[in-house]
Design a protein around this ligand. Structure first.
Ligand SMILES: NC(=O)c1ccc[n+]([C@@H]2O[C@H](COP(=O)([O-])OP(=O)(O)OC[C@H]3O[C@@H](n4cnc5c(N)ncnc54)[C@H](OP(=O)(O)O)[C@@H]3O)[C@@H](O)[C@H]2O)c1
Length: 297
């Protein structure tokens, strides 16, 4: 929930003393790398995450290293009330230049195996928070005739991967949301980016059950370093393209995946590895659903 803001030392390093960036999920991986990069550029930061301890630790590191102001708000973005509370706080920001909707998580497993509750949490973390926070900051950006919104999508958005139904669905929604929003608001000088990384070495994969073993087998050329993801995103922020795919191999894969036979092959491999890792629980779940349906008849 919303906690009193923690404020660090204020010493302006930029030519614009009011430059503020808001980052969700800044406590590890891509969000943390964005926080460091933006702090280095002299942005003041408002960090939004679910762990007070991690936020406090991250804020202190950034304050000590970069002489900027760092505030934080604690919120579990899978919880609708927390999202609404943060939305109200963001509406009050006058000087926001950049919003990064980065918080996210993965679930491994077939659609029919995973509890609906867990899957619907993803709608809140990936979509509801992104939509509400974007709408909350846009009035200030429109007034300033300046602003950037980076929404973390994923390369998975371009694929139909068995075992990744809600992840691919929510990330694809983020891409469409970003593209359509951009079409409406570019006249105000605001840029929206749908950042779509492929495999990036963060805590993301370890936190997904079943992923650990699979991730060890992903070849090196499919990985993009975290720093490259962040640098590519910021370097392309003023491009006209909404979708930003870091890494040259991922860009090639984007086109390969458009060839139907190759995208089917990728789907086949994804389904195979899900079955291997799940011990065919999806098939069992499917059979039990059939049995329940038969008993009900
Ligand atoms: N890593 C990849 O290969 C990859 C590829 C494509 C896209 N992405 C996307 O990139 C984004 C960042 O992921 P990452 O790779 O940097 O993973 P990460 O290291 O696991 O970081 C995820 C961040 O999101 C936060 N978060 C997760 N669930 C949350 C919730 N319910 N409420 C508030 N914060 C929450 C985490 O907080 P805690 O520290 O408290 O857990 C953490 O700060 C995600 O949207 C992910 O889908 C990642």
């Amino acid at each position: 929930m919303l906690l009193p803001l923690k404020t660090g030392k204020t010493k302006i390093m930029t030519d614009n003393p009011n430059k503020l960036a808001v980052i969700t999920g800044p406590t590890s991986g891509i969000g943390l790398a964005f926080a460091h990069k933006l702090a280095q550029k002299g942005y003041h930061l408002l960090l939004i995450g679910r762990s007070k301890d991690k936020l406090e630790h991250t804020s202190q590191l950034l304050i000590d290293e970069y002489n900027i102001t760092v505030n934080y708000l604690v919120a579990d973005l899978s919880n609708e009330n927390d999202i609404l509370t943060i939305e109200e706080s963001l509406k009050r920001l006058e000087n926001i230049e950049l919003l990064i909707n980065n918080a996210g998580f993965g679930i491994a497993g077939f659609f029919m195996e995973i509890s609906l509750e867990e899957q619907l949490k993803m709608l809140n973390v990936h979509i509801a928070s992104t939509i509400r926070f974007s709408k909350a900051v846009l009035p200030a950006m429109i007034r300033q005739r300046n602003g950037y919104i980076i929404n973390l999508a994923s390369f998975a958005a371009f694929m139909e991967l068995p075992g990744s139904v809600m992840y691919s669905t929510t990330k694809a929604a983020i891409i469409k949301f970003s593209q359509t929003l951009q079409a409406e608001i570019s006249k105000y000088g605001i840029k929206v980016q749908a950042l779509s990384p492929g495999f990036t070495p963060t805590a993301f994969h370890a936190s997904i059950k079943r992923e650990a073993e699979f991730v060890d087998r992903v070849p090196w050329f499919l990985w993009t370093p975290i720093q490259k993801v962040v640098d590519t995103s910021l370097a392309r922020l003023n491009n006209k393209d909404v979708i930003c795919i870091p890494g040259s191999f991922n860009n090639l894969l984007f086109w390969i995946n458009k060839v139907p036979v190759l995208s089917k092959l990728i789907q086949y491999i994804a389904a195979k590895r899900q079955k291997e890792q799940a011990g065919y629980t999806a098939v069992i779940a499917h059979k039990s659903i059939q049995k329940t349906a038969a008993a009900a008849r």
